[in-house]
Design a protein around this ligand. Sequence first.
Ligand code: ZN
Length: 94
Amino acid sequence: MLKPIKLFPLKPITVRGSVDRIRAHKLVESVSDERGCDQGIWAYLKPGWRFEDTHIVHEDTITQVLARLKEAEPCACMDCRKARPDHQSRKEHS
Ligand SMILES: [Zn+2]
């Protein structure tokens, strides 16, 4: 007699490109997933980073957003400098 093998409960794997991968990105402040209304995905970069002339990466798919994030560059515009909490120099121990 074969006993039914007890399987570990399968966690639902969000394979269809989880937006969490973008949220977890170190340069991303927040993400707006608007694929539901064909507006793609908007990834807002953290202060101090820019992509081309904006602080937002906007693409249709998660893969594209992640690829774009690799091209993000440090930004020192006024907005970023104001927004950065570490903008004021840290006191160093002597
Ligand atoms: Zn900036």
